[in-house]
Design a protein around this ligand. Structure first.
Ligand code: ZN
Length: 588
C-alpha cells in the first residue's frame, strides 16, 4: 500500500530524473543514436559531426594532421576553454593535455561514437562542460580512416555490431597498433609528428577485444611497470586506476584487467605484462607518459560498449580535472627523473622483462560453456551458455627486469643511414652533426648466428641474432649523426638503438642489408692465401682442425671449410654483420 506522501515522493523523484536529462535536439543526434545503436556514421558523416561541433563552439577547433594513403584527411579535434589550440599555447595554460584516440583498429569504433556524444554534452548541451575546466582535450575521431570505410557486417566474426564495421588493418595492410616504433604507415608518420609536438600528459586508446565470453563489459591496461618512471607508476596505480574503475563500475559496467591467460589456460593464471612500444600504450610509456588501453568486450551489445567507453572517458577526465596540477608536475618530474637516474646516478636502463614469480589471486568472472563435438574440428568446441560463474585463479601481475644496459653519453650514426635518422626525427629525438673528423674510443657490436623468420611480421623481416661486443679506436668522419642521451626521450633512444631490445631498429629490420654478403671467393684463388696464412701463423691449422672436429656437417663441404680461412683473411668484408651505430661512453 502506497501512502499519498510516498506517492508524492515517487513523483518528485521521477520528475527530478526527467528534468536532469537534457533533451537532445534532433540535429545533434548521432547516426548511432538515431539507429538505436545499430549503425555508426561513415567517415564523411563523422567528420561532418566533429566539424559541426567545432563550428558551434568557441572552445573547439578541428584540424588536419595528415593524409591517409587513399587521400583522406587525418583529423584532430582540439578542445580548450582558453582557446589554446596549438601545442605552445596549450602548454602555457599549465593544464594537462589529454589525447583520446579512436579507430586505430577501425572495426572497433565505439570510442568514436562515445566521443561524439560526450563532446556534444560538453560543447553543445553543456551538462558535461565542467569536464573541460582544467584540461586541454585532443580527440582523434578515427585514426585508421581508410579501413573505417572498408565496411561490412562480416569484418569481425565475434563482434556484436555495429552492422557497418570497419577493418582491422590499413589500406596497405599495416596494423597501426604494431607500427609505433618502425612507423611504416603514412598514418603513423603523421601521428608521431602530431604526438611529439603535443606530448600529451595522458593518452587513452579505445578498442574492442574479442576472444572468450566473460561477464566484464570492459577490460583495460594501464602501464605501470619499470618501463615508466616509478612516481608515474605509483600515481597510475594508487590514484588513477582505483578512481576510474570505481566510477565506471558505479555506472553498472563491470571492469577487469585485460584478460590474457598464461598458456591460454584460465586456471594457469591471469597475466599482466610490460606493453612493448610497438603498441600504443607501450609507446607513450617510453615517452614517460601514462596511458590507458580500453578493450570493450565484443560480445556485448554496441550500445552498452559505447556508453561504457563514455563512462571511462568521463571518469578519467573527472580525475584529471581534480588532479590537474599533480598530473602536469608528475610528467615534468618524470622527464627529469630519467636523466637523473640513468645519467647522473648511472643506473642501468631496463630493456627486457619477464613475469615475476610473485603471484596474487584474482576472482575471475566468466561465462560457463558446454562442449559440443564436431566432425569438422574433430575435437570438442566451446559453446557459451550465458550462465555466469566465478573462479579464483593466480594473478601474475608483477614483472622483473631480465636485461639492462648502461646508458652511454651518445650514439653515433653514420650519415648514410638516413632512413634511420628520419625515423628518429619522427620520434622527436634530437641530434647533432659531427663537424670535424674525430678519433674516438667506441663500443661496437657484431651479430652472429643471424636468422630470419620465413614470413614477415607487419611487413618486416625481423632478424634474431647473438651479439658480440668489442671496443675499437676509430676515426669517426665529419657528418656523422650524434644522438646524445641527455634528453627527455632517453628511454626511447635506448629502446631504438640498443639491438638487444625487442623493439630496436635492428630487430625491426632497418639494418637488414648489413646481413647480406656481397663478395665471394673461388677455391683456386683462396687456397694460396690460406696456405700463406698458415705459414705466417702455424697455430691456425690446430685451431682449424679443432673447429672441423666440432662441425662434422662441413667435413665434406670444401667451400664451408675454406670459408673458415676466408673470414679470417683481409679479403673478408669487415662490415658484414657489424652494427653501424657506435656507442661513445663518455663526453667528448
Ligand atoms: Zn584493437
Amino acid at each position: 500500500m502506497i501512502t499519498s506522501i510516498q506517492y508524492f515522493l515517487i513523483l518528485l523523484f521521477s520528475f527530478t530524473i526527467l528534468s536532469a536529462q537534457t533533451v537532445v535536439p534532433d540535429e545533434w543526434k548521432t547516426l548511432c543514436e538515431k539507429t538505436s545503436y545499430k549503425e555508426t556514421s561513415s567517415y564523411a558523416g563523422s567528420m561532418e559531426y566533429f566539424k559541426k561541433l567545432a563550428d558551434n563552439s568557441p572552445y573547439a577547433k578541428f584540424v588536419k594532421f595528415g593524409n591517409s594513403p587513399q587521400g583522406r584527411d587525418l583529423m584532430l579535434l582540439i578542445v580548450s576553454k582558453e582557446g589554446a589550440f596549438d601545442p605552445v599555447s596549450a602548454k602555457e595554460t599549465r593544464k594537462p593535455i589529454i589525447l583520446i584516440e579512436n579507430g586505430i583498429h577501425a572495426g572497433e569504433i565505439e570510442g568514436k561514437d562515445a566521443s561524439m556524444i560526450m563532446l556534444r554534452e560538453m560543447l553543445i548541451t553543456k551538462e558535461k562542460e565542467y569536464l573541460l575546466d582544467n584540461v586541454i582535450l585532443l580527440v582523434i575521431p578515427i585514426f585508421s580512416v581508410d579501413s573505417h570505410e572498408r565496411t561490412s557486417p562480416y569484418n569481425r566474426i565475434n563482434q556484436n555490431g555495429p552492422t557497418n564495421m570497419g577493418w582491422r588493418t590499413t589500406s596497405t595492410n599495416y596494423n597501426l597498433n604494431r607500427d609505433f616504433v618502425k612507423a611504416d604507415a603514412p598514418e603513423m608518420r603523421a601521428w608521431l609528428k602530431m604526438y611529439n609536438e603535443w606530448i600529451p600528459d595522458f593518452f587513452i586508446d579505445c578498442h574492442t577485444t574479442d576472444g572468450l565470453d566473460l561477464q566484464y563489459t570492459v577490460t583495460y591496461t594501464v602501464e605501470k611497470f619499470r618501463n615508466i618512471p616509478p612516481a608515474t607508476s605509483k600515481w597510475v596505480t594508487e590514484e588513477y586506476e582505483p578512481f576510474m574503475k570505481r566510477k565506471v563500475e558505479e555506472q553498472g559496467y563491470l571492469m577487469a584487467p585485460y584478460i590474457w591467460f598464461k598458456n591460454y589456460n584460465m586456471t594457469d593464471g591471469l597475466l599482466d605484462y610490460v606493453t612493448p612500444p610497438m603498441l600504443s600504450t607501450g609507446y607513450v610509456g617510453l615517452q614517460s607518459r601514462p596511458g590507458l588501453l580500453i578493450e570493450t568486450h565484443s560480445l556485448k551489445p554496441y550500445k552498452e560498449r559505447v556508453h561504457a567507453t563514455q563512462a571511462i572517458l568521463e571518469s578519467s577526465l573527472e580525475l584529471f580535472n581534480k588532479q590537474y596540477e599533480e598530473l602536469v608536475s608528475l610528467n615534468n618530474s618524470a622527464d627529469m627523473w630519467n636523466i637523473e637516474n640513468y645519467l647522473e646516478k648511472k643506473k642501468f636502463f631496463p630493456v627486457l622483462f619477464d613475469y615475476s614469480p610473485e603471484i596474487d589471486s584474482f576472482l575471475f568472472k566468466g561465462i560457463k560453456w558446454n562442449e559440443t563435438e564436431s566432425w569438422i574440428t574433430g575435437t570438442p568446441v566451446k559453446e557459451y551458455n550465458g550462465e555466469p560463474f566465478e573462479i579464483t585463479i593466480p594473478h601474475i601481475h608483477q614483472s622483473v627486469v631480465t636485461d639492462s644496459v648502461k646508458v652511454p653519453f651518445a650514439y653515433l650514426i653514420p650519415q648514410e643511414w638516413k632512413k634511420v635518422v628520419e625515423v628518429l626525427d619522427l620520434h622527436g629525438i634530437e641530434h647533432e652533426v659531427l663537424k670535424t673528423n674525430e678519433i674516438l674510443d667506441v663500443a661496437r657490436k657484431k651479430f652472429a648466428n643471424v636468422k630470419f623468420d620465413a614470413m614477415p611480421y607487419d611487413g618486416r623481416f625481423k632478424p634474431a641474432f647473438e651479439i658480440i661486443n668489442y671496443q675499437e679506436n676509430v676515426e669517426v668522419p665529419e657528418g656523422t649523426i650524434i644522438v646524445k642521451t641527455n634528453q627527455r626521450r632517453l628511454p626511447l633512444i635506448m629502446y631504438l638503438l640498443e639491438p638487444i631490445s625487442d623493439d630496436s631498429f635492428v630487430k625491426w629490420g632497418f639494418f637488414n642489408t648489413i646481413f647480406v654478403r656481397t663478395e665471394y671467393f673461388e677455391l683456386y684463388s683462396m687456397l694460396p692465401v690460406a696456405n700463406e696464412m698458415v705459414k705466417v701463423n702455424p697455430e691456425l691449422k690446430t685451431e682449424f682442425l679443432k673447429w672441423l672436429k666440432e662441425h662434422p656437417e662441413v667435413e665434406s663441404n670444401p667451400r664451408d671449410r675454406m670459408r673458415w680461412f676466408y673470414e679470417k683473411s683481409p679479403y673478408y668484408d669487415e662490415t658484414h654483420n657489424v652494427y653501424p651505430v657506435l656507442r661513445v661512453e663518455e663526453k667528448f
